[in-house]
Design a protein around this ligand. Structure first.
Ligand SMILES: [Zn+2]
Length: 254
């Protein structure tokens, strides 16, 4: 059912949440656009103008590693101050009420954690861009640490002082393997859910497309909240083609 208007959408969503024991949200870029973080994949987005750096190029070339960090710090200056939006805050309220056991996200912006969901309850399919790690020993580095050395060396990406490994944002780049643990945990959460909320994802980028289908096959009810139509609208129990913040704001606990 495609909700005919926002009021109906909110009422029906409230009923579905009320009737469910395990609500599992799956979030994409659309939940963060009201926080000022653009959807890089959307038409006109950054990635249509500037090709992302493949993982193999990052490994092969110091210039590419420098360029990758140069872009990352440019992004930080633009979006580093982003705060959680109404969608994040609504999900955090439901999490605190015991309705949501965990969130699966395609986003790398850390905004679910910033809104109060414990890091161990956020499954990040594409990693996290708000910190870095050594590709060899796994040691975590903060962006400020990287930036200090990047700036002091005239724009050279620093290597790990412990093992000389390359240091990269903790994201999953194009050409890099999907993180196995995150994929497994996402699968487990999906199977646990009796209400699966796909929010702000076009559901076309693999592996996003698999989860709503898996939830539905497992007997969960499926809600899709997305500005544009998705190919799963037909099998969803509720489809909301409306602004995500407006649809979820009534679920923010006062
Ligand atoms: Zn290292």
């Amino acid at each position: 059912m495609i909700a005919p208007d926002l009021e109906t959408a909110i009422r029906r969503l409230g009923e579905l949440i009320e009737e469910s024991a395990a609500v599992v949200p799956f979030t994409g870029a659309g939940i963060s656009t009201e926080c000022g973080i653009p959807d890089f994949r959307s038409p006109g987005g950054i990635w249509t103008k500037m090709r992302p750096i493949d993982f193999s190029d990052f490994l092969a070339s110091q210039d590419m590693r420098n360029e990758s960090w140069r872009r990352r710090f440019a992004m930080e200056d633009q979006f580093g101050g982003a705060r959680p939006g109404r969608g994040h805050r609504a999900l955090t309220s439901l999490y605190r009420a015991g309705k949501i056991p965990g969130v699966i996200t395609q986003n790398i912006d850390n905004l679910h954690q910033a809104s109060g969901i414990a890091a161990e309850h956020v499954v990040e399919l594409h990693g996290n861009t708000t910190y870095a790690s050594c590709l060899d020993c796994g040691k975590r580095y903060e962006l400020s640490w990287v930036r200090e050395r990047f700036d002091a060396s005239g724009g050279r990406s620093p290597d790990c002082p412990g093992c000389n490994g390359y240091i990269k944002t903790a994201t999953v780049s194009f050409g890099q393997a999907m993180p196995e643990t995150a994929m497994r945990r996402a699968q487990e959460l999906t199977e646990l859910s009796d209400l699966f909320l796909a929010i702000g994802s076009s559901l076309v980028v693999w592996p996003a497309a698999g989860f709503p289908l898996a939830a539905k096959r497992n007997g969960a009810r499926l809600v899709i909240i997305n500005r544009d139509a998705t190919e799963f609208d037909d099998i969803a129990d509720l489809v909301v083609h409306d602004d995500i913040g407006s649809a979820l704001a009534p679920f923010i606990a006062q």
